[in-house]
Structures are given as C-alpha cells and as structure tokens.
Design a protein around this ligand. Structure first.
Ligand code: ADP
Length: 607
C-alpha cells in the first residue's frame, strides 16, 4: 500500500546492534544529559544510599533472629523493629529524592529532544517530506523519545541499583558464608539463562506485534481518510476482512507471546524457588550441625533472593538498551539531517518597493539524482503585475515550475530570479514574505478563523483582518457563524465548504500583501455562485500583483497576459489565448479535452 520509494523506519525497529553500536548511539545522548550532571550526581548518591539500606536489611534481620529471639529480649525486639521502621522511612525519603531527580531530568532531556526534532523537521524543504511518511516522523517525536525517556528514568537507575545489589550481596555472602554461596551460584546461572532466553523470545515477539499493529493501524487510517472512495467502490466488507486478517495476525503473535511469557514466569519462578530450596536444604543441614545460626540462614536467603532478582533484571536490561539505542539512532538521524536548502550566509536584500518580476533563465530541474529531468531549459520573463497562466496536461511540470519561485526546490541548472536577484542569494524569509500561495485544495489549521486568517501576518489588527475577509467575500459567511471570527474550524470545529475554504485562503494571502502570487486553481468546479465569489475574490487579490496561475478555468486563460504551454517539462509555446488557439496544436488539443463545452463560446468571445 505504501507509495514506492518512501523511506520507512520499520526495518530499523528490528535491527540488532552490537554492543559497540549500541554504545555509539546511546553516546549521542550524553551531551543532552550533561547539563544536569549536578542533579544526576545527587540522584546517584541517593541511589547508593537507598541500595545500601536494602543491603543492610538482611543483617538487621539476622540480628533480630539471633540476638532478640534467642535471648528472649522483647525490648531488643522492639528496638530493632523501631530501628527498621525508621530506616525504611529514611529510605522512602531517599527514594523520593532520587526518583524525582531522575524523572525530572528525563522529562527535561526528552522535552528538549522533542523540541529539537520538531525544529529539525520544520525547516526541511518539501522534498524531504516527499520521501517520508508523516506518521513515521510524528512517531519519532512521540514513541522514540518515549523509549529514550524510559531508559533514562527507569533503565539506568535500575541498572545501577541492581548492579550494586548484585556486587554488594555477593560480596557480603562470600565473606560470611562461602559454602552457601557456592550452592547459590549453582542455581543462579540456570535462572539467568532461562530468563534471558525466554525474555529474548518475548521481546522479539513484542517487536513483531508492534510492527504488525502499526501496519494495521496505518491501514485503518488510510481507510478512514479515504472513506468516500472505500464506500463509493463498496469495499467496506473487503476492508473489514482485510483488517480482521491483520488483527488476527497480531492476536496470533500475541498468543505466542503469552505462551513464552507464561513459560518465562513459570521457569523463572521454579528456578528461583528451586534455588531457595537448595539453599534451605544445604543451610538447614549446617544449622542442624550448629555451623550456622537460624539468623544467618535467613539473612543468607534474603541475599540470595536479592542476587537472583538482580541477575534476572540485568539479563533483560540489554534488550531495553538496544531498544533505546535504536530510538536514539532514529532521533539523531533526523536531528542531524542537514537541511539541503541552505539559506545564504550573507543574503542580499530586495530593493524596495518590491516589483515582483520573476525570471527563469535556462532552468533545468529534477527531483533528486535518481529522477529524470522534470523541467528542461526553461526561459521565462514575467514582468511586474503580469498574469501568467501555466497550462499543460497533468505531469507536464506546471506545479514544479511554480514551486521554484519560493525556492521549495533548488534548480539543477540556470537560475530563478525575483526582481533580477537569484532566489538562492536572498534570505529565505525575505523571499517568501513576498510570495503568496493559494493552493488547489486549501486546508485550514485547527483553531479559530481569525488565527487562520492571520497565519501569514501574526500581528494583524482586527480591521485589517476584516478588510481582507471582505475583499475575499469571506466576511459574510464568517459573521454568519455563532462565534464569528472566533469560530473554531477544523478538528472539533465547524467544517467549511470547498469554496469557503478557498476564500479564507485568499483572504489569508491578501493580509500578507505579497508582490508575487502563485495560484493553483481548483480543478473541481464549485457551484456557479461560489465560483463567482471565489473569482471575484481572486480578482481583488491579483490586482497589481505578479501572478503565476496553474490554470484550470477557461476564464483565467482568456484573461491572462501570457499563457505558457508546457509539455514534458519544456515550454512548447506561449502567447495569448486567441493566438495559441489558432497556432498551437498542443494548446488546441489541451483545450478540446479540458473545456469541451466552453471552447465554442470562447471562440465567440475572442473572435
Ligand atoms: P503538473 O503540475 O503539470 O501536473 P508536476 O509539476 O506536478 O506536473 O509534475 C511534473 C513531473 O514531476 C511529473 O512527472 C511528476 O511525476 C514528477 N513529480 C512531481 N512531484 C514530484 C516529487 N515530489 N518527487 C518526484 N517526482 C515528482
């Protein structure tokens, strides 16, 4: 279903990294964490303190069992219980501090990552988005940064905690009870290996489930966005069946994961309890022989459980690190992606007032090295205030030609100039501030009508906005809404008709007062009244401005100062409508096709 050639990151999710690669990607995060080293150092100290208390606990229990019980000393028992309670209260405070410091740091790091990702993306030229799925990009901002956050917030503190537990408990039991340590060391590797193997399978299945689910959701999204097509072709049942199949795949993988997970729980529990039984048995014999006290044995058991827990969670840690490394790779791949359309370091300025003369000189263009030439050797001069209509069959290169003026793409050869200055030498902002675009199917941003109108001139005053709306014939219908200019449109707001959206888009450009206009006329026709209003709005907009219009209406070409006929990326003819109709076969063919009915009347008009 995906358009061919899109860069997808789906494969990356399954990548396995060597430890060196994993470190290589995680290392990228260090400069982002560095500013918080103070907070993290404090968190580290707190973490070590809390872990120390956890390690001391079995020793206190041993004291409790051996001294208090054996001596029958209830005062000592009370004292120990009280001491333990205070110890855990202190530990709770320490945990609170540590948890807050790591969580707040991870929130800050991830917020900055998200901001940087958006910043890196929003300045990329349109060509960057042509080859990528928007869903993939937004998931970089949401789920990948989430994975990084998970590792910073839980993963790394847990690694330190369990690492210290493991080393500390092993050290303590080895120096106190070497024989028992041996019994534990026999059982622990077994638990760890079972846990690691099954854990790996669970993780692999989880990745596969996520991929399949993402695929199914993407499919559902496509169906919903194209619901009219789906229903017009009555493909609901087929789509339903296909989605059912997708979901069943996810379910089957889920069932396989459930088996692996259940097996994992069973095996780990059995081996952990098996280890405890082994220790109890060996230790019990030592207690019976008088070589060990009951307190020793219990303390030892607690350490053994600590060690086993640490081994199990450390065994799963590698998978989490790899996931985070994958996320970091994808995030930094975007953040560090160079912007191919570089603004000049010392831009030249346009002379004021801007005249709006557009010149193409020997322009050739292709969409990337692997694509064929889309425009070839284009030479055009558009004078101040002139109206130029681009005509040609679909794919002839009309939109591409227009998109070179605001420098959405850079030419391969030749130059495109505004007021005689190569657009590549102008500041992008200055260049684009002089260009207004009315797209074929304008989309509005979710928000109020006022915000949509002022999008190109954020500081616009109400009277300015009203005037632009009046000239664009939008004022009438806007004031008809219950909230007028404050009416919310788009998501969770009212929906506007195609004609209304166009008039808003026209008013939006009107407010910006650009010197050059690029109009992409709607190819679908509006009803006659709407059409007349849009046309009148456009006339107001075009007055005194250089206009390049991708023409779909007969009235546009008839009134154009010059028509450029494009075919296969070259300008095959140019002139006024009447001349071209008599002279150019391509133009004649085009118009017989596009305006079958209207052509006769146009002849009458121009004869
Ligand atoms: P028109 O506006 O006349 O219909 P376009 O300028 O949209 O034509 O397209 C001209 C040619 O460039 C077509 O062959 C089209 O397939 C190709 N093209 C358009 N946009 C892209 C793109 N983003 N990436 C690659 N090729 C493109």
């Amino acid at each position: 279903m995906d358009p061919v050639g899109l860069v997808t990151c789906g494969d990356m999710a399954k990548k396995r990294y060597t430890p060196r690669q994993t470190w290589g990607f995680l290392k990228l995060l260090i400069p982002r964490i560095a500013p918080y080293k103070g907070a993290l150092a404090v968190a580290g100290v707190l973490l070590l303190m809390a872990t120390g208390i956890g390690l001391a606990f079995p020793l206190v229990v041993r004291e409790l069992l051996d001294s208090a019980f054996l001596a029958g000393d209830s005062r000592l028992l009370n004292l120990i219980a009280l001491g333990l309670l205070s110890l855990f209260a202190i530990q709770a405070f320490i945990n609170f501090g540590q948890s807050y410091l790591t969580a707040s740091t991870s929130e800050r790091v991830v917020a900055a990552l998200r901001q940087d990702l958006f910043k890196a993306l929003v300045y990329q030229p349109p060509g960057f988005f042509d080859t990528r799925r928007v869903g993939e990009l937004t998931s970089r901002i949401s789920s990948d940064t989430g994975l990084v956050q998970g590792v910073l917030r839980f993963g790394i503190p847990e690694l330190i905690r369990q690492g210290v537990f493991l080393v500390g408990a092993l050290f303590l039991v080895t120096i106190t009870h070497p024989q028992l340590t041996l019994a534990t060391l026999v059982a622990i590797p077994f638990t760890a290996i079972v846990g690691w193997l099954l854990g790996r399978r669970v993780r692999r299945l989880s990745t596969s489930i996520q991929d399949r689910l993402a695929e199914a959701v993407a499919r559902a999204e496509q169906v919903f966005t194209q619901i009219q097509i789906v229903q017009a072709f009555t493909r609901e049942e087929w789509e339903e069946r296909r989605f059912r199949g997708d979901v069943e795949d996810v379910r089957d993988e889920g069932l396989r994961r459930a088996v692996a997970r259940a097996g994992l729980t069973g095996a780990v529990t059995f081996s952990a309890f098996g280890a405890i039984v082994l220790v109890l048995w060996v230790g019990g014999r030592l207690v019976l022989e008088g070589a060990l006290t009951a307190g020793d044995l219990v303390a030892f058991l607690l350490y053994a459980v600590t060690i086993a827990g640490a081994v199990i969670s450390l065994a799963g840690f590698w998978g989490n690190l790899q996931e985070a490394a994958g996320a970091a790779e994808r995030i930094f791949d975007l953040i560090q992606h160079p912007v191919s359309l570089r603004a000049p370091t010392s831009p030249v300025s346009l002379e004021r007032p801007v005249r709006g003369e557009v010149t193409y000189r020997g322009v050739s263009f292709r969409y990337g090295a692997e694509h064929p030439l889309v425009l070839e050797n284009i030479d055009v001069e558009i004078g101040r205030g002139e109206r130029v209509a681009l005509v040609g069959s679909s794919g002839a290169g009309k939109s591409t030609l227009a998109s070179l003026i605001p420098r959405f793409y850079d030419v391969e050869e030749g130059e495109v100039c505004l007021d005689g200055l190569d657009v590549r030498t102008l500041g992008l902002q200055e260049l684009r501030s002089q260009i207004g675009i009315v797209p074929q199917e304008p989309m509005l941003f979710a928000g109020t009508i006022r915000e949509n109108l002022a999008y190109g001139r954020p500081g616009a005053t109400d009277p300015d906005i009203w005037e632009a709306a009046r000239l664009a014939h939008a004022h009438e219908f806007i004031t008809g809404f219950p909230d007028g200019y404050d009416q919310i449109v788009g998501e969770r707001g009212i929906t506007l008709s195609a004609g209304q959206r166009q008039r808003i888009a026209i008013a939006r450009v009107m407010l910006k007062k650009p010197a050059v206009l690029i109009l992409d006329e709607a190819s679908s026709s509006l009803d006659a009244e709407s059409e007349a209003l849009v046309q009148d709005a456009l006339d107001h907009l075009m007055a005194g401005r250089t206009t390049v219009v991708i023409a779909h209406r007969l009235s546009t070409v008839i009134r154009a100062d010059e028509i450029l006929v494009l075919d296969g990326g070259t300008i095959v003819d140019s002139g006024k409508h009447a001349e071209l109709l008599n002279r150019s076969d391509v133009y004649h063919r085009l118009y017989s096709r596009q305006f079958d009915d209207a052509i006769a009347s146009s002849k009458e008009l121009t004869d």
